[in-house]
Design a protein around this ligand. Structure first.
Ligand SMILES: NC(=O)c1ccc[n+]([C@@H]2O[C@H](COP(=O)([O-])OP(=O)(O)OC[C@H]3O[C@@H](n4cnc5c(N)ncnc54)[C@H](O)[C@@H]3O)[C@@H](O)[C@H]2O)c1
Ligand SMILES: [Zn+2]
Length: 333
């Protein structure tokens, strides 16, 4: 694999302090030229404005040389860098070094890249695979508890949609998972990556409906993030609420037993993830759901469960079900 030797590391200031120096030194020692570009730590960096700023910096400094972009960070840096790599000069190569649990198990793989708009998540983007994803489990040890929990939400999602063994492991060994004990991290990252890669390799562009399974909890989750202005809620927290609502809908539709539903909701609760999105306007959440890419011909497409480890996708939810359930998950004062 031949890659350009002009590396642009895109990251956050704190991560550059912590891990960027060692990486830069190692690359320079191997004769690569290295530049760093810091973007603020926030979902709000996943924007067209930030993308433009970064692109203009690289364009000015890289001149005629082909850059290699390197995303060092979580899903925000990864999605943003992958998007820039897709559009700058109609495409330049990029590499992912994910540093959050969420990015290692989910966002760094699969090639979905993009930025948010005020009205909805990930509304501008592309399919663009990195040349390499380098998962170094050691990088996760500095993750604060809130970010561990947030990543765990996506791991719980994989267990719920496709892997009963992983689901059982999470239930039995939750403290090890949250504590990022080496055996637990290895198992979570390996199994999650295998599930995601398996799904993406069969339905890369989300045409057959299989890739949509990965959106369990995301219809409501994305709407909560957008309604809160991409502040307050991490992605994992928002989808945790979304998974609770989707679990209750699955039970109400008669596809998931009440016992299995309770196990899943208990796991989300025990992981320290929220089960309700307090403090966001339900009206704005409902409006944000309409911008969701999962809306087909004006109807929401819901990813529900047909038992732990099995998915049921539906566009025919009983009309009043969402209206009945939503107040529990997005309560108003
Ligand atoms: N492309 C996809 O397929 C896909 C899939 C899932 C999620 N996503 C996106 O990913 C984003 C969320 O990603 P995230 O949860 O990684 O959030 P994030 O990128 O905002 O990172 C969370 C926080 O952790 C800090 N951090 C990162 N690595 C650290 C480390 N090793 N030690 C200490 N602190 C560290 C960051 O600076 C940041 O403050 C959302 O925008 C979501 O939409 C994309
Ligand atoms: Zn997600």
């Amino acid at each position: 694999m031949k890659l350009p030797r002009d590396v642009w590391i895109v990251s956050h200031p704190e991560l550059l302090q912590r891990y960027g120096r060692g990486l830069t030194a190692a690359l320079r020692k191997a004769d690569w030229s290295v530049n760093t570009l810091a973007v603020p730590e926030s979902e709000r960096s996943k924007s067209l404005a930030t993308a433009q700023r970064v692109i203009e910096r690289i364009a000015r400094q890289a001149a005629m040389r082909l850059p290699l972009l390197l995303a060092l960070g979580g899903g925000v840096v990864g999605d943003l860098t992958g998007f820039i790599a897709a559009v700058f000069r109609r495409g330049v190569p990029y590499v992912q070094i994910p540093t959050t649990l969420l990015a290692q198990v989910d966002s760094a793989i699969g090639g979905k890249v993009g930025v948010d708009l005020a009205c909805g998540k990930n509304l501008v983007g592309a399919f663009n695979h990195p040349r390499l994803v380098y998962n170094n489990l050691g990088l996760l040890q500095s993750l604060p508890l809130r970010q561990r929990r947030s990543g765990l939400a996506e791991v719980i999602k994989y267990g719920a949609i496709a892997d009963r063994t992983l689901f059982q492991f999470l239930r039995r060994r939750l403290p090890d998972c949250l504590g990022l004990k080496p055996h637990a991290v290895k198992l979570m990252v390996e199994r999650s990556c295998r599930i995601k890669a398996g799904i993406v390799s069969k339905d890369e562009r989300e045409t057959s409906g299989l890739r949509a399974h990965l959106n369990f909890g995301h219809t409501l989750g994305h709407a909560i993030e957008a309604a809160a202005g991409y502040r307050r809620w991490t992605h994992g927290e928002a989808i945790a609420v979304g998974m609770c609502a989707a679990t209750e809908m699955s039970v109400e539709c008669g596809w998931l037993s009440a016992t299995e539903g309770e196990k899943l909701i208990r796991l989300i609760q025990d992981a320290g993830l929220p089960m309700q999105a307090k403090g966001v306007s339900r009206r704005i959440v409902q409006r944000a759901m309409r911008y969701d890419k999962k809306f087909i011909h004006g109807r929401p497409r819901w990813v529900l469960l047909k038992g732990i480890g099995r998915v049921q996708v539906t566009e025919n939810l009983p009309p009043m079900l969402l209206a009945r359930i939503l107040p529990k998950y997005v309560p108003q004062p």
